[in-house]
Ligand binder design. Sequence first.
Ligand SMILES: C[S@@+](CC[C@H](N)C(=O)[O-])C[C@H]1O[C@@H](n2cnc3c(N)ncnc32)[C@H](O)[C@@H]1O
Length: 328
Amino acid sequence: MINFPLPRLDKDKKLQKYLLKFCRIKKGEVWDDPKKKHKVACIDAEDNSAIKKLMGRNKAKLAVQDPPYNMVAFQKTRAEEFAKWCGSWIKNTEEILSENSSLYVWLGADQKNHLEPFAEFILMMRITGFNSKSFITMRNQRGYGTQMNWMSIRQELLYYTKGKPVFNIEGVYTDIPKVLKGYYKEVKGIKTENLQRSKSVNIRAGNVWIDVQQVFHLLEENVNGCFAQKPLKAIERIINVSSNKNDRVVDFFAHAGTTLIACERLKRKCTTVDIDPIYCEISIRRLEHLRETGQTGWQNSNPFADEILDSRTIKSYLKKEYNIVYKK
Ligand SMILES: C[S@@+](CC[C@H](N)C(=O)[O-])C[C@H]1O[C@@H](n2cnc3c(N)ncnc32)[C@H](O)[C@@H]1O
């Protein structure tokens, strides 16, 4: 049971207005980590000069981008326009990445609508300075379309590079043990079985990730109120493989601050951006919460629970609209 639930924030403008006053940065502002590792900025990913100013002379080794596809803002937007919009923040990403670096982009593909905007996006990427490296599919547990279609349980993740970036092979292994023996091969005249030759007793994730649990309310990492949170395990896999300790990692669509949390845990420096001050605040609070408690999210609570408990107005609003009761 969640003690202090928070409804989906994107769907409730009034609740957003209430929470805005608890946010420490406004549009155009930057939060500098007192420990001097990370930065959280409330800016538009398309804003070239704001992104450049934010980065200063720092270049990042890795970008993990999770744009708001299939969301309210883009539901009525044509896929071509979406791809054009992506082109502008991809250009910004390219400019602030170092010579040898990696870019990962989470994308949707609407199976009922010619898999938009997947094709438009990958075609747009052909005219950038990035090289395509992999098309990863992550398996979700929940899906949609079970009666008259194959249940959609995939999440697309594209991997691009600039130059020759690091690829830490030890990070590609899952926790799933290898069980199949076979594939005999002669090494120096001796017949060896595949387990003898391999680097790990576990299988590689490959480009189909079946071992990542989708975020839901019972997980510690859950951030109530957020609706598009990526699993920490997936982001940590990307960071482990495509960056080294102390490298700078960027994420232009922070939301629940998953990349920031992963960077803190894996000793990378994170520069993250969200256009909405509420998600900037959530990201900062999630980092502070991690540093104070060691926990990666709120599970039974939410980032604004204390303020809500102290606010008669918000409490009565939540009771009236959602029948949610806040009690100490
Ligand atoms: C799909 S969510 C990202 C989820 C994130 N990876 C996580 O694990 O929590 C997209 C986020 O992008 C933000 N956003 C939308 N348009 C933006 C823009 N032009 N610039 C920066 N952020 C934007 C939204 O406010 C939302 O929080």
